[in-house]
Design a protein around this ligand. Structure first.
Ligand SMILES: C[S@@+](CC[C@H](N)C(=O)[O-])C[C@H]1O[C@@H](n2cnc3c(N)ncnc32)[C@H](O)[C@@H]1O
Length: 288
């Protein structure tokens, strides 16, 4: 992989540069960050591409997490050689309204990690809150849509997965999160990324916290459709809603818009595979 070695302090600014290959992860070391370079742009260092034994895994800070089937001993040893992690875990799924991880420690230690992605710092306790590994491109897509100064409601903010990127892109974000543990990290991450003036964080049920009218409403929850009628009370003409869903529920969205006497233009985008024959999708709903 061709990279450029840059000081860690430059990361936040760099990640929007055209030469950065957003589809690959920077390799962080004490001497700096090896940032992946897109084809056709000059680089300073070549790094060996990660050898994968065919088994994917998630790296959060200095901890490795396996999803799906429990890993074999070879897969654990492979990851130990490659990543030298502080801890190795297995997540078999996420549960309930707050999507808490079903997590098992394979070896080493877990707890709080500091994870860097696209120039944003995320603090979280990997044993208590989720971190969706496949939303990276969707976060970039949404952040690139932001008009500086626009008002955004992030109804299921978590630890700031989308709120931080939207605020860094210039939005004024009202972030709502029901889980007090995720909310603690949402507040911490807002401060860590220097975004306290841009994010207002509220702990509670988003249906009770939505207030006024927003230019954009982000609904990052697989059951977002069931909250849509409440969100539609806080829109104006041209408000954009991003309604996440498992599989295409556009017909339900159209019915709810009709019941709210609203018209909208709907386009559906793929976010990531969420299982065999199941896609995590997002509907961009632009109020007309
Ligand atoms: C699946 S996570 C998604 C987080 C983030 N939007 C993303 O896409 O990565 C959903 C988050 O919504 C929170 N949540 C669930 N119901 C909620 C509600 N009624 N009001 C506010 N937050 C809620 C959960 O605690 C969890 O942190």
């Amino acid at each position: 992989m061709q990279t450029r070695l840059v000081p860690l302090t430059d990361m936040a600014v760099l990640m929007t540069e055209s030469w950065v290959d957003q589809t690959r992860r920077p390799f962080i070391t004490a001497e700096g960050a090896y940032v992946p370079v897109r084809e056709g742009f000059p680089s300073t260092h070549m790094l060996p591409s990660r050898r994968r034994s065919g088994r994917g895994y998630q790296k959060l800070g200095d901890v490795v997490i396996f999803h799906g089937a429990y890993p074999t001993l070879d897969e654990v040893n492979d990851v130990k050689t490659l990543e030298k992690p502080r801890g190795i875990f297995w997540i078999s799924g996420h549960e309930g309204v707050t999507r808490e991880p079903h997590i098992l420690r394979i070896e080493g230690s877990g707890g709080e990690v500091t994870h860097r992605e696209s120039g944003i710092i995320y603090r979280l306790d990997i044993e208590q809150v989720m971190f969706s590994q496949g939303n990276r491109e969707e976060k970039t897509r949404i952040s690139k849509m932001i008009h500086p100064g626009e008002t955004v409601a992030d109804m299921f903010a978590g630890i700031g997965y989308f709120s931080l990127g939207m605020a860094r892109a210039g939005a004024r974000v009202h972030a709502m999160e029901i889980n007090p543990v995720s909310f603690k990290y949402l507040e911490q991450n807002t401060t860590l990324n220097g975004l306290t003036g841009k994010i207002r964080a509220d702990n509670g049920d988003c249906r009770n916290l939505l207030s006024g009218v927003y230019d954009r409403i982000h609904m990052g929850h697989f059951e977002a459709v069931t909250f849509l009628d409440q969100a539609l009370r806080h829109v104006h003409k041209e408000t954009i809603l991003h309604v996440h869903m498992l599989g295409d529920r556009s017909d339900e969205i159209k019915n709810i818009l009709h019941d709210s006497s609203l018209d909208a233009n709907i386009t559906v985008h793929k976010v990531k595979k969420a299982g065999p024959r199941t896609w995590h999708l997002v509907a961009d709903v632009v109020i007309e």
